[in-house]
Design a protein around this ligand. Structure first.
Ligand SMILES: [Zn+2]
Length: 137
């Protein structure tokens, strides 16, 4: 990977697995300008998992859409972005065993998200349910 500041080649100076989020972080050093920056390797769910909506239509699974649905439910909280990021990682980890032929159903996503949010905060869970469970089929 090239330096984000000058475009020269970089070398990895440190590597750390993030087990809970299933990511690997790497510190990279640029020999040309001396800059150091971090990269993260994570599964590309949109290219690996298909999401089936309640109309039956198939689309690439979107971590961003899941994040936004969770963020909307906890936006009143002080650290909403951090909380929604961590909750999204947890939901995805719990979703993966439900994959069949690399496809996940909307109803399963909603159910698992509700369960995770209920453990986190009852108001957040109720807000999420009000927005998502009523249209579930
Ligand atoms: Zn550089």
């Amino acid at each position: 990977m090239n330096c984000i500041y000058c475009g020269s080649a970089t070398e990895v100076t440190n590597s750390r697995p993030q087990k809970r989020a299933n990511q690997v972080w790497r510190r990279r050093h640029c020999k040309y300008c001396g800059a150091t920056f971090t990269t993260a390797e994570a599964p590309d769910y949109s290219r690996s998992v298909t999401f089936q909506g309640h109309s039956g239509a198939l689309e690439p699974f979107s971590r961003e859409k899941l994040f936004l649905s969770i963020y909307e439910a906890c936006r009143h909280q002080k650290h909403a972005t951090e909380a929604a990021t961590a909750l999204t990682d947890t939901v995805i980890t719990k979703l993966l065993p439900y994959l069949r032929d690399a496809t996940i159903q909307r109803s399963e996503v909603v159910l698992i998200t509700q369960r995770i949010l209920a453990h986190y905060d009852h108001f957040v869970a109720a807000t999420y349910t009000a927005h998502h469970a009523t249209t579930q089929k």
